[in-house]
Design a protein around this ligand. Structure first.
Ligand SMILES: [Zn+2]
Length: 400
């Protein structure tokens, strides 16, 4: 298992790219940003927008897929207030047992800022069945939930004759995974590692009828072409479109982030209080990812913060050691109750996904990581200190 020499990205992330010097693609991309002509990028964005402005059959110029979280709040405000478009927001909401109160409040906040919003809400029974299947079959209970999450915006766009879909970050440039592009083009998003082109075979094999999966079905390339649908990553065109900055903008517009026990990194495996606000099961998924690939959300957050200059690599490694893959027992219990299994059964399945190439047992029989990053750098092991270790949103100035 290799780690990027600049940030803390491991080469176990599916589809990641490292160059001969051991630097990951997002770090290399970030190197190029000071040389970018941002005025030119802005002109590119405005040219795209102008091409689609006023062309929506239903009076909307674009769709912004939203959860009400930091990125989607900034995207919505930017498209309306900066570019003067008329966006329709499209939100996929989770069933009540899955969605947090905080997530519902944030979506309500965004709508209250004056947007028309289209809510897509798949049936809770099938949603739960698919999550349970994803947990057993892939060690990834978000495998099914990502399908309607990504499919809903282009589906609504095609149905309502809206020509443009505006996503936020480009996953290839921001964290090095597939499904993005090397510029602002988002038309290939469905080929990311989770969606795999929107393939429904794993679910149909479980006996689920294709007609029950309509909301989980991504539009075909032909449907997208026929509709003349353009999809872009707004993050490519804005110089400071980073987590920590988007969170600051969203907070100034009423976002509620995690606080108290919910913001503690040792509880939720996050070092920032503004990610995944609408979903607590995602913590359990990050724990599973840590067993499979040796990294979780803290690795991604720390890498982003290092590239943005908010953290040193040494401090980032310390935070990864302390908190990556952490998940409170209360989240695991809640997930077990939700998919109706016992905790022993949860751990039996979870352990079956532990990768023995990156984990080994110590003399006392406990699992310890074999990751080189832990041994190539000075050891600063210390008790968690959630007050000091949470990395807070950053002001607009100072990014980039
Ligand atoms: Zn890197």
């Amino acid at each position: 298992m290799r780690f990027c020499k600049r940030c803390v990205e491991p080469d176990t992330r599916p589809d990641c790219i490292f160059d001969d010097e051991g630097i990951c693609y997002p770090c290399r991309y970030r190197e190029t940003l000071p040389g970018v002509d941002w005025d030119e990028r802005r002109r590119q964005l405005e040219a795209i927008v102008d091409r689609h402005r006023g062309r929506g059959r239903s009076g909307y110029d674009c769709i912004v897929p939203v959860s009400g979280g930091k990125d989607s709040t900034r995207q919505s405000l930017f498209m309306r207030d900066e570019l003067g478009l008329r966006p329709l927001l499209a939100s996929l909401t989770y069933p009540p047992e899955h969605q947090t109160e905080r997530g519902a409040a944030n979506l309500e906040n965004l709508i209250r800022l004056g947007f028309d919003t289209y809510i897509v809400s798949p049936a809770p029974q099938l949603w739960k069945r698919l999550m349970r299947t994803g947990f057993y079959k892939f060690g990834n209970m978000a495998k099914s939930t990502e399908l309607p999450l990504y499919a809903s915006a282009p589906k609504v766009a095609i149905a309502y004759g809206i020509p443009l879909v505006v996503y936020g970050e480009n996953p290839t440039l921001s964290w090095g995974s597939a499904g993005g592009s090397l510029d602002g083009d988002a038309n290939n998003l469905k080929y990311n590692n989770t969606l795999k082109g929107g393939d429904l075979t794993p679910w149909i094999e479980e006996g689920i009828r294709p007609r029950d999966l309509y909301l989980y079905t991504y539009p075909s390339d032909e449907d997208i072409d026929r509709a003349g649908l353009r999809m872009i990553f707004l993050g490519y065109y804005i110089p400071d479109f980073y987590d920590f900055v988007n969170a600051r903008v969203a907070l100034e517009h009423g976002l509620t982030q995690r606080h108290g026990i919910d913001a503690r990194p040792e509880e939720n495996g996050h070092i920032a209080p503004f990610d995944a606000l609408d979903d607590d099961f995602v913590m359990v998924n990050q724990l599973l990812k840590h067993l499979k690939f040796g990294f979780g959300k803290v690795t991604q957050q720390v890498s982003g913060a290092i590239r943005s200059g908010f953290l040193t690599r040494e401090r980032g490694i310390e935070l990864v050691r302390l908190y990556d893959g952490q998940c409170s027992a209360r989240f695991i219990r809640r997930f077990c109750d939700y998919i109706e299994i016992g905790e022993d059964e949860f751990w039996r399945v979870a352990e079956s996904y532990r990768n023995p190439e990156i984990w080994e047992r110590d003399r006392r029989g406990r699992w310890v990581p074999k990751f080189a990053i832990y041994y190539d750098t000075p050891d600063h092991r210390r008790p968690p200190d959630h007050e000091a270790d949470v990395v807070h949103p950053q002001p607009l100035a100072g990014a980039c």
